[in-house]
Design a binder for this molecule. Structure first.
Ligand code: ADP
Ligand code: ADP
Length: 216
């Protein structure tokens, strides 16, 4: 049976950083809804053009297009063993759709690590975040700078500051998260799938706790 892990947490909690590490340590694919949207934006696809205005404002892209995008992504061969879902689901409707989707793959959501951090930490992290153009590798100007300034360690591409990582937009995104995504915490807790993890700890410690939750 495939394994599906849903990383839940506010913007800047460390989902993408941990998903990248976990994907390397497991045979699961890293599926980031934000990265998929940014890829579409870069290639100016119809989906990218549609998503752009929502992302720019710090709002969620409508459920139907988001769900279709994820369905297509997790149907690909590299998700046969399962996936680490980073940034999806973000609304109750997306969580319901995911459940139905995974039944189709004879699987279910196995674990939901919920990574938490205080708002000032989230703002400090997102405002210093640098993202790689080619594949979305994640850096921080203070906490995790690339070896060579401005250049991704992994693929040598340019790193840039996301337009929605401005403080005003981040504050909006945190509000959107509290309104629309927080209900999923209760939903997955009730289902006995939630593993709460303190995201203010060092990256290595967060990884350790994630791996230990996975083993259980
Ligand atoms: P973060 O790093 O803050 O968690 P993401 O890269 O996951 O941010 O998301 C960036 C933007 O992409 C969101 O603000 C939203 O506009 C859009 N987005 C990403 N995932 C979803 C989703 N599951 N549903 C709707 N919109 C999404
Ligand atoms: P999310 O995907 O939840 O929005 P990211 O993984 O992109 O979060 O992390 C946000 C920013 O914080 C990035 O710049 C990243 O390098 C940094 N970061 C992630 N985890 C930690 C941590 N445990 N300690 C310090 N900085 C971190």
């Amino acid at each position: 049976m495939p394994t599906y892990i849903v990383l839940l947490g506010p913007p800047g909690a460390g989902k993408g950083t941990q998903a990248e590490i976990l994907a390397k340590k497991t045979d699961l694919a890293h599926v980031s809804s934000g990265d998929l949207f940014r890829e579409n934006l870069k290639n100016q696809t119809d989906l990218g053009k549609l998503a752009q205005s929502y992302m720019h404002k710090g709002e969620l892209v409508p459920d139907d297009v988001t769900i279709n995008m994820i369905r297509e992504r997790i149907s690909r061969a590299d998700c046969e063993a399962g996936a680490i879902l980073d940034g999806f689901p973000r609304t109750p409707a997306q969580a319901d759709a995911l459940e139905i989707m995974l039944k189709g793959f004879k699987g279910e959501v196995n674990l939901v690590p919920y990574i938490t951090a205080a708002e000032e930490t989230l703002v400090e992290r997102t405002s210093g975040r640098w993202t790689c153009r080619a594949h979305g590798h994640i850096y921080h100007e203070k906490f995790n700078p690339p070896k060579q300034s401005g250049i991704c360690d992994v693929d040598g591409s340019e790193v840039y500051q996301r337009d929605d990582d401005k403080v005003e937009t981040v504050t909006k995104r945190i509000r959107v998260y509290l309104d629309q995504t927080m209900p999923l915490v209760a939903y997955y807790r009730k289902a006995g799938k939630l593993a709460e993890i303190d995201g203010t700890q060092a990256v290595e410690q967060v990884t350790k706790e994630l791996l230990s939750a996975l083993k259980k």
